[in-house]
Design a protein around this ligand. Sequence first.
Ligand code: MOS
Length: 727
Amino acid sequence: MSIGEPFSRIDGPIKVTGTARYTADLRAANMLYGVLVTASIPAGKVTGIDKGGAMLEAGVVRVLTHEDMPRARTPIAGPPFAHSFLPLQDDQIRHEGQVVALVLAESLEAAEAGARKVQVRYAPTKATMPVALAWPEIDRAAEPPRNTGYFFLEPEFSKGDAVHNLAKAPKTVATVYSQPSRHHNPMETSAVLALWEGDALTVYDSTQHVFAVQRGLAALFGIPPASVRVISQHTGGAFGVKGLIGAHEALAAQAARIAGRPVRIALSRANMYSFLGYQPRIVQKMGLGADEKGILTGITHDVVNLATVTDDYIEAATEASKALYATPTMWLRQRAERANVAMPTAMRAPGEGPGMWALESAMDELAVDLGMDPLDLRLANYAETDPATGAPWSSKKLRDAYEEGARLFGWRDRPRFPWRDGDWIVGQGMASCLMGTFRFPSRAQVRLRRDGSAVVETGTQDIGTGVLTIFPQIAADVLGIPVSAIEFKMGDTTLPEAGPTYGSSSTMGVGAAVLAAAQDVRNRLARMANLSPAEVCMADGRIGRTGAAESFSVADILERAGESEIVGTGSFDPTKHGAGYSMRTFGAIFVEVGVDPELGLLRLRRAVGSYSVGRIVNPRTARAQLLGGIVWGWGMAAMEQSAFEPSLGRFLSKNLAGVAIPVNADIPSDITVHFVDEVDEKASPIGGKGIGELGATGVAAAVANAVFHATGKRIRDLPITPEKLIA
Ligand code: MOS
């Protein structure tokens, strides 16, 4: 059995020694380096671009602008592109940081020097800027969403008359929660290397979905997808920002065609703050109605997020209220506040991440008002079925997660009052965790060789979550061979098509495809050995009837058949699994914080996360995912904000120097990650569900609830910075 074993990451050594090759490490013969010039105004048009100074720089080969860029052959709009306008196709400026020119040079230094010399003249127009991050200002600015392809979920939902129920409820909460824009900031900035051989394009890319890049670029050039090969061996973190095709990816491919040479564009950190996505700022108006015992009679959740003048990305925060608590009525609305800003996008735990900040803060406020333990309030409103649709859950052991987490934390015996520890006032808080379940079709192939080694092939991506370890584990489990005997080939559109690496979907989709492919190998072998496929198992290079003493050597079976290997194929089709069931992942997070009331400092002292996520393939890599989510949640709670300067229409700090994110010194070692014992065979034959994003949900609310416990201050605007704690 290798499923369920806590294997260390197979990719650990190559990553910590620098052996793993990322896109920006790659070089092609005769390659040009591309550096982007971005707009310095948020709205208007380009009236002229002087390339003269740039062309005088030694090594600069070409400067491409909207004037010399060929127009796209086919109209391109919406996903898989990150927004509905393509770069350098016209003179319009929609946001500061939009790409206005691409400098190509023989070296990176020359391209950077050239980019500094490109003179762009603008005719600015009045820009629409974000309004105050508060109600009612944002309510007045909000508009109904326009669907240009970037809604991933329903923007409006209602059940019963929630407004009426809230009006007559004995207990109500009506509060507004806000949070600033935040950037993904993966360690590896996005990068792309494009090269043409005749009409065939090869792209090395830092991406979460090689097949989407293949389809998008094929459409852009009007060539068949088979003429585009996309390779992504490693992606150094992504969190959503590499999910769609950014301007640099389209431009590298276009520039390589124009220049007749390979082109590599590796983004600067400033570029990541210029034209790529981020989590938009969000204001959420929450309403809860309950009876005297805390039973919810209605939930209203009204969300406004920042979007662009061209497209509406909708941050589906209402998904939290739609799925977590039993309530007879709900009214959920999503709207957009449009401004001349770059297009936001999904960021780790989109929707529920922000939504749970509001919902779980409001639940704590209700518990305080009722004088009820916040955990009891949640148990009293436990949703036995999907509260929006009434559908049964594919699996849900949230009650166990609450109970086991509470026990590990000591929640039930906790001190009722905050206490002092030196300069610190200590408080505790909790929240639920919730994340949507997204599944994508995937295919895989497994080849078992005569020597007992195997190759697993699937066109998935490695963004650092542990897939390079767990997919070989799944195949090894079926084939009865060690994980070390498996070679895993991924990240290439020439391999069987796999889904995107987002939405916490890989284990279910790609994992199930690998499982099926390995089972296909086993079935074929069984038939070759005249055994019934349904009752065989494999171990130590042999196959036999489960429980029987007799077994047959795989090598012998293959030799007799004159075959060097057996090839099995497998696929996962989400429509064939769990129809009629509602799927979510659940959990609970308990935190203890310290507040220094004089300095306004906030520290995480310990945390327990307890999760209901189905079967765990590898407890070590799974723990790392949830732990990473908790740290991410602490960043959301206490540190992260991408400050925007409206007078300039840009993010103030386009580098990591002015960005506060959690470092080791911010995070205590006392963090417990616990999984309840569960298998969900409806979500996927693997029995597991998604874990990459769940851990980031609920944390900000648990922290704010603990801060309230410690200080009596209810902070409703993130992040919880010293000035808010001193005020
Ligand atoms: Mo994530 S926002 O599903 O990459």
